[in-house]
Design a protein around this ligand. Structure first.
Ligand SMILES: Cc1cc2nc3c(=O)[nH]c(=O)nc-3n(C[C@H](O)[C@H](O)[C@H](O)COP(=O)(O)O)c2cc1C
Length: 168
């Protein structure tokens, strides 16, 4: 799948087949995060791969906006340093991981945000100096997804040419 095709078709996937994701695909997803660029190349992130079912259930019960994490084949918890560019840097790493997974047929979604997931830290022994930006559940989609059908604003609403407000 080329990059634009992945961007065009990726959707938030919130229900998953009961089927494991092969180890080489998991590794490739995490590698995509590791290889992402960051401000001053500081790489202010840590990715915790969770496959243990009991832990996934715990994450699902703690993440108010993502109970479906409990059913995922795995989840990656994205912890970040409390530094200025960490949210931007790690958001970019998250997008790398989501697109890499999608290109392998694996669906995912972004769950939570900074400040919302503090109760997850003790479950995973995450040190106090880090905070959690997101939990990313991964799995093969339970249902066929509407490939490329997206509810988005029109290009004319979100883009201009040369100056703000001039038609694109
Ligand atoms: C920063 C961010 C935070 C999000 N948080 C959640 C969340 O906590 N729970 C959830 O189910 N979806 C979450 N989403 C997914 C969005 O709701 C979803 O991508 C959006 O509604 C568009 O859906 P679509 O890509 O399937 O068209 C989040 C997405 C982003 C980018």
């Amino acid at each position: 799948m080329d990059v634009f095709e992945a961007v065009r078709t990726i959707l938030a996937i919130r229900s998953y087949q009961d089927k494991p994701v092969p180890e080489e695909v998991v590794r490739r997803i995490v590698e995509a995060g590791r290889l992402t660029a960051s401000s001053m190349n500081l790489q202010p992130w840590h990715f915790i791969v969770v496959e243990d079912r009991d832990t996934l259930r715990q994450l699902g019960s703690l993440a108010r906006t993502g109970p479906y994490i409990a059913q995922a084949a795995l989840a990656i918890v994205v912890a970040i340093e409390k530094t200025r560019f960490a949210v931007s840097d790690a958001s970019r790493a998250i997008q790398s991981m989501l697109l890499t997974a999608w290109s392998e047929g694996v669906g995912s979604n972004w769950v939570g945000f900074v400040g919302q997931l503090e109760t997850v830290k003790p479950v995973l022994d995450i040190p106090a100096e880090l905070e959690i930006l997101a939990i990313l559940p991964f799995g093969y989609p339970a249902r066929a997804v509407g490939w490329g059908k997206k509810n988005r604003k029109l290009l004319s609403e979100v883009a201009s040419r040369e100056k703000y407000g001039q038609p694109f």
